[in-house]
Every structure is written in structure tokens, then in C-alpha cells.
Design a protein around this ligand. Structure first.
Ligand code: C2E
Ligand code: CA
Ligand code: CA
Ligand code: CA
Length: 279
């Protein structure tokens, strides 16, 4: 039995070693990814439910590594946060997204808005507001065309500090979106104090909307509450027409999801801009 236990431990630790090694390898690659130009942004459109017009897009980062292939942000963003690399990566995303939005505006996409995901580490960093300002100045994008997507867990880390930073950002004229709303056990009481402009209903409520009367009740309530708080409501993860139709009837403002379009490369997005709209 002793020997067996020994083997077990050995086996277990070998497995752990392998995992740790892979993480170290990944971290090594991640450190070089920016300078090697391995990141690119994809863009997923937002549509106005009632006009069918494209109002903007969310930028979503991709990492294309020569050996590993495409690595999901769900995999490398946590590692980037752990190592602090997210500060430079996040700044690159901000600059690239703002520059791209400005370019599309110049090509005729009037009032085009770009949404950028912001990690907690990046948001809590001391240079964050300055970097937002710089990205706007460098690109020439007007602040009102930039939306920063913050999750509730980003804001809940340090509520008062977060509110102060959000207020500074709003003073610049930038918009704030609350991302993945409803996924954290959070109190509603702080919502009224949050300086935000938009609220994104998490995909988990949209997925079975048509089949689940409880999801329907929750989504209806979120939309009503948002109207009262003067927040625009975005539904993410719309995959089917029936979900689109229900959300439209409920008075949701903006739509996003595979039903409209998957995230697209910059080039594909330009084609979508030229041809795509949906009612
Ligand atoms: P998120 O901000 O909630 O982004 C939505 C995710 O859902 C994206 O996954 C998007 O491709 C996917 N999605 C959109 N529509 C649908 C749909 O109809 N059905 C389904 N099943 N999925 C849909 P993605 O691109 O893999 O990104 C995952 C997460 O990684 C994002 O979740 C965000 O938290 C993070 N992320 C992505 N880009 C960035 C970035 O530039 N900076 C930071 N800090 N985080 C990022
Ligand atoms: Ca997002
Ligand atoms: Ca989201
Ligand atoms: Ca989500």
C-alpha cells in the first residue's frame, strides 16, 4: 500500500510539473507576443434593434502563436493579469481599437462606437485614465465614441476607488458599460451610485430565453430597471431569431451575438459595414 501511495504521489506531481511547465512556457511566449505582433483584434457588431443599423463593435483580442496556434483570451488573459503583462497588452488594445474606430469613421461609418474590454488589473492601475486619454489623443477619436466594458467584479474590488475612476472617465466624455450583468452575486444597492451609461445582459440569461420563463422574467426586470436608471441595455449572445424577437418586444436597446455576426477580422468587418444591417 505504501508503494502504491508513493506511486500515486509521484504520478500526481509529474502531472503538476507538466502543468506548471506548460504555464511557464506559455508565460515565456506571452512576454514576447506584443513585440512579435502576435495579437490582433476582432470586432463583433452591435445593432440597434429598431433601426437595424450597426452602431458599433466590441473589440475582442486574439493571440496567434506560431507554435500553439490561436490561444483563447479565456486562457491567456488570466495569465496576463497574474504576471502584470495585461498592462501593456491592455494599452495596446486601447490604442489599436481607438485607431481602428477613427479610421472606420473617416471611411464613412458615422457615429461608430468602439467597445473595449478592461481587465481589473488594468483598471486598478495608476496610469489607466492617462492611457485612455492618450489613446484618444493619438487616434483623434472623440471620447463619446469609446465605451469601456467593465465587469461587476472589476468594480467590486474597491468600490469607492472604482466609482472615482469611472467619474474621471465620464468627465473625459468616455462611456462606461457594465459587462456580464447578473453573473456575480452582487447587491443592487450600489447600482444607483455607479456612473455608467450602458448595461450588458450576460449571455447566460439569453441562451434559453425562449424556453425558460424565469430567464424571461429576469431579463424583463433588468430591462425595466435599466430604463429607470437611464442605462441603455445591450443583450449579448443572441444566437437565434426567437431570442432577437423577444428582446426587441421587451424594449432592449442593442443586440449582439452570432445571430447578427461572429467576431470578424478588421477586413471582414469592413465588408460587413458596407453591406450588413438587420431588422
Ligand atoms: P466577454 O467580454 O463577455 O465577450 C463575449 C464573448 O462571447 C466573446 O468571446 C465572444 O466571441 C463570445 N460571443 C459573442 N456572441 C456570442 C454568441 O452568440 N454565442 C456564444 N456562444 N458566444 C458569443 P471571446 O472573444 O472568446 O472572449 C472571451 C472573454 O475574454 C471576453 O468575454 C472578455 O472577458 C475577454 N476578452 C476578450 N478580449 C479582451 C480584451 O481585449 N481585453 C480584456 N481584458 N479581456 C478580453
Ligand atoms: Ca465584453
Ligand atoms: Ca460580456
Ligand atoms: Ca459574458
Amino acid at each position: 500500500a505504501k508503494q502504491q501511495g508513493g506511486n500515486k504521489i509521484k504520478f500526481f506531481s509529474a502531472d503538476m510539473n507538466e502543468q506548471a511547465l506548460f504555464k511557464m512556457e506559455l508565460e515565456g511566449y506571452l512576454r514576447k507576443a506584443l513585440q512579435k505582433n502576435e495579437f490582433f483584434l476582432t470586432y463583433q457588431p452591435f445593432i440597434n434593434f429598431y433601426t437595424g443599423k450597426i452602431i458599433g463593435a466590441e473589440s475582442l483580442i486574439r493571440w496567434d502563436h506560431p507554435k500553439l496556434g490561436l490561444v483563447s483570451p479565456l486562457e491567456f488573459i488570466p495569465l496576463a493579469e497574474e504576471t502584470g503583462l495585461i498592462l501593456n497588452i491592455g494599452n495596446w488594445v486601447l490604442q489599436t481599437a481607438c485607431g481602428q474606430a477613427k479610421m472606420w469613421q473617416e471611411k464613412g461609418a458615422i457615429d461608430f462606437t468602439i467597445s473595449v474590454n478592461v481587465s481589473a488589473v488594468q483598471f486598478q492601475g495608476i496610469n489607466f485614465v492617462k492611457e485612455v486619454k492618450e489613446a484618444l489623443e493619438k487616434s483623434g477619436l472623440q471620447p463619446k465614441y469609446l465605451k469601456l466594458e467593465l465587469t461587476e467584479s472589476v468594480m467590486l474590488q474597491n468600490v469607492q476607488y472604482s466609482i472615482d475612476v469611472m467619474k474621471e472617465l465620464q468627465k473625459l466624455g468616455v462611456q462606461i458599460s457594465i459587462d456580464d450583468f447578473g453573473t456575480v452575486y452582487s447587491s443592487l444597492s450600489y447600482l444607483k451610485d455607479l456612473p455608467a451609461n450602458n448595461l450588458k445582459i450576460d449571455r447566460s440569461f439569453i441562451q434559453n430565453l425562449h424556453a425558460n420563463t424565469k430567464d424571461m422574467a429576469i431579463v424583463r426586470a433588468i430591462i425595466a430597471m435599466s430604463k429607470g436608471l437611464e442605462l441603455k441595455v445591450i443583450a449579448e449572445g443572441i444566437e437565434q431569431q426567437v431570442q432577437w424577437q423577444l428582446l426587441k418586444e421587451m424594449g432592449c436597446d442593442f443586440a449582439q451575438g452570432y445571430y447578427i455576426s461572429k467576431p470578424l477580422s478588421a477586413k471582414q468587418f469592413e465588408t460587413f459595414l458596407a453591406t450588413g444591417s438587420r431588422t
